[in-house]
Design a protein around this ligand. Structure first.
Ligand code: SAM
Ligand code: SF4
Length: 317
């Protein structure tokens, strides 16, 4: 379906849970979240009905996210069924990687063809600090498990945080030399309850290039990342810059939260419920939500926080 501003919506980001086995400071509160009543959340059948509805409107690509999608007990079944929906050509998953040693192979067999793994630092103490409870060795084991399972499009997503990991830009990009992975830096977004980050934490991604004088620009891969390659590298370095260089004019996404709300825009509080609806009603809500996509979101900065009305774990980043 084409929205009011001529953008073709082809990409559904499906959040399957708000829960997580980590507590990243930029994403969710320290005490986790108040667990919602099971009855408020989408069932597996409703998620698949939503994927089918999206596909009927021209969506070809689904990314499963959360919260942490791999803590969802039926995640392999959700992925298998989503991948089998006619019209869906591409199923990806975004994960912190912790559960990949057990799940990478089953996910691959279920038809998942892309994995993005979040990793902001290679320092065990800093990893524990940013995730509040995580252990770096588990995340690294997850990356290895994804590669061993034969995933070809492994992308490592690092949030660039001034005063935290801007001293690790070279160490993180060196992963593209050691492994067949892309490393992508994402600008920190000032979310609703955005943790305890001061102005110095919000760095433009251009800082990454200041550290990589040998980086050679590459053709785009269909994502919103600007790509570069280091000499001798097996994968690309990507820059995703939602704050300094927002990509609203290219936005081809619609998001569905785990509690059944379609979000036309990540940074708007406008939502369209699909929980408990029949197919006809669901289709109409999808059409309304796509029709409601704004031309662009408001400015984001430390003084102009996201208007999403939810934290990232409750949206599906
Ligand atoms: N748990 C999975 C993970 O961490 O990859 C999937 C969900 S997480 C919400 C999805 C992505 O959103 C992660 O790459 C995470 O780093 C990113 N994210 C969360 N909060 C963010 C923020 N405030 N600004 C930018 N990216 C954020
Ligand atoms: Fe969990 Fe991902 Fe949010 Fe970290 S970024 S708290 S891993 S949902």
């Amino acid at each position: 379906m084409i929205d009011t501003f001529g953008r073709r919506v082809t990409y559904l980001r499906l959040s399957v849970t708000e829960l997580c086995n980590l507590r990243c400071r930029y994403c969710m509160p320290e005490d986790g979240i108040c667990k919602k009543d099971h009855a408020e959340m989408l069932t597996e059948d409703e998620m698949i009905a939503a994927v089918e509805t999206a596909a009927s409107l021209g969506v070809t690509k689904v990314r499963i996210t959360g919260g942490e999608p791999l803590v969802k007990k039926n995640i392999v079944s959700i992925c298998r069924r989503a991948a089998a929906v006619p019209g869906i050509e591409d199923v990806g998953i975004t994960t912190n990687g912790i559960a990949l040693p057990a799940l990478a192979k089953p996910l691959k067999e279920a038809g998942v063809n892309r994995i993005n793994i979040s990793l902001d630092t290679l320092n065990p103490e800093k990893y524990h600090r940013i995730t509040r409870i995580g252990h770096l060795d588990q995340a690294l084991a997850g990356i290895h498990a994804a590669l061993d399972a034969g995933f070809e499009h492994v992308k490592i997503n690092a949030i660039l945080i001034g005063g935290f990991n801007d001293d690790e830009i070279i160490a993180l990009t060196d992963l593209t030399k050691k492994y067949p992975v892309d490393v992508r830096f994402i600008e920190l977004m000032p979310m609703y309850d955005g943790g305890d980050f001061g102005p110095e934490a919000y760095l433009p991604n251009t800082v990454v290039l200041d550290h990589l004088p040998d980086a050679v620009p590459q053709d785009a891969d269909g994502s919103v990342a600007k790509l570069y390659r280091l000499p001798g590298a097996q994968g690309n370095v990507g820059l995703i810059s939602p704050v300094s260089n927002k990509f609203c004019s290219q936005c081809n996404r619609i998001r569905l939260t785990a509690d059944g709300k379609l979000k036309p825009c990540l940074h708007s509080a406008e939502e369209f419920n699909i929980k408990g609806l029949d197919r006809e009603q669901m289709l109409r809500q999808f059409q309304r939500a796509i029709g409601a996509k704004p031309e662009e979101h408001d400015e984001l900065s430390v003084d102009h926080r996201s208007q999403a009305g939810r934290n990232m774990n409750q949206i599906g980043g």
